[in-house]
Write a protein that binds this ligand. Sequence first.
Ligand SMILES: Cc1cc2nc3c(=O)[nH]c(=O)nc-3n(C[C@H](O)[C@H](O)[C@H](O)COP(=O)(O)O)c2cc1C
Length: 412
Amino acid sequence: MNHRSIYDIFKKRKSNRFFDKTKKIPRKKILSILENANYAPNSCNLQHFSFILVDQKQLITKLAKESTEKINWSPMTLVAINDTRFSKKRSAGIQSVAASIQNIILSFEENKMGACWIAGFKNDQFIKDTLNIPKYYEITGLIIIGYKKKRIKDDYRPFKRKKDELLHVNSYDNDKKNINPSLFLHKWKFNELIEYKDRIGSVYIPRQKLNVYTHQIAKSSSDIFLNFITKNFLNTSKMDILDIATYEGSFVREINKKIKTNLYISEFSDYYLSLYKKIYKKIKTIKINKEYKIVSIRKKKFNFISLIFKIEFLPNIKKLLSETYKITHKNGYMYITSLTIFNLRCLFYLAQRLMPKSNVYEMNRLYQFGPYRYFTKYNIEKMIKESNWKIVEKGVEGKFFNKFNWWILKKY
Ligand SMILES: Cc1cc2nc3c(=O)[nH]c(=O)nc-3n(C[C@H](O)[C@H](O)[C@H](O)COP(=O)(O)O)c2cc1C
């Protein structure tokens, strides 16, 4: 007998994306869980939604290929369908299916099984044809289900707002935190940027998956850095390196794998700092504020500062360059990398800005990073020249879509 309260289940449930693919949930069990969909409130009790269980391997492969690879993550998928002939006003049909899906998902958690609600899929017509779904149905969502695969990395909840951010009393309160849809960085307040990254990045960062640049780019940018420090520093184990606005951490991971140094990760948000403490047990963390000042330790200086593919996503670079200068030892360095316009994702992003309807999330390949602004190589060098830093080495690395610019600056 399970004595967990429904509140425990709300808190315990999180989207599960890693399944034991060798083990299917018995059909009888699925049916008993699905029954709970019926107990959800729904528009005028019409109950015009249903679920199709897909558990045949060939069918899963076929749908995954044409619709979304996510179907392949689990040994079975429920396809939630809604009869669109009813409950059109206020999307009441969709509201009803959504309520029933939530009941199902919580019931899987109650049974200690995994589920993930999926709306990121394409080719609805292909799914409909393959599963013989009548034309008046829409596919509202997919739910991938199965037994959870235990992974340490998955032990983190995505960021959740504090409860008092959720509720407005008697009238809309403009002071509550919100996210900004604008694609233009200059329209964002710094707090909005942090809030956005807390919300969205926390879905991907525990999986270390942000995909803004390829692994090849991450690797070559760390190789340039490693070459430089092995040439210029006799004892790398005594070096203090600070990575600015670490976020997805691909650079620090590479460095940490290859050499022994005192590596510091820095971020603006408490969420990431506590997450990093758990993920990178041996790397130290530092909190910085919107003025790029260190707030968590005092009077610390570094031999090297790195700013890896973040310059385009951060406001006030002038300030960043002057603050990093202050916290670097004399004869210390800074390493900057920046994607070129040939990166397809950046090009795509810039094209989006011409479309008035696009927002920072939907259809935007850089959405996990937030608003992006393109800097030419000339723009970046101009900002460096206006600072106290001096460029000592620079270059362009990679071919075609993997091309990026890099600079090593020195404090004399
Ligand atoms: C309507 C909807 C669509 C979603 N689509 C996807 C999706 O396409 N892929 C995915 O991995 N997760 C998807 N999710 C899961 C969300 O990413 C997840 O609920 C959110 O990050 C909060 O995390 P949690 O469920 O672990 O609390 C979706 C959730 C909802 C409600």
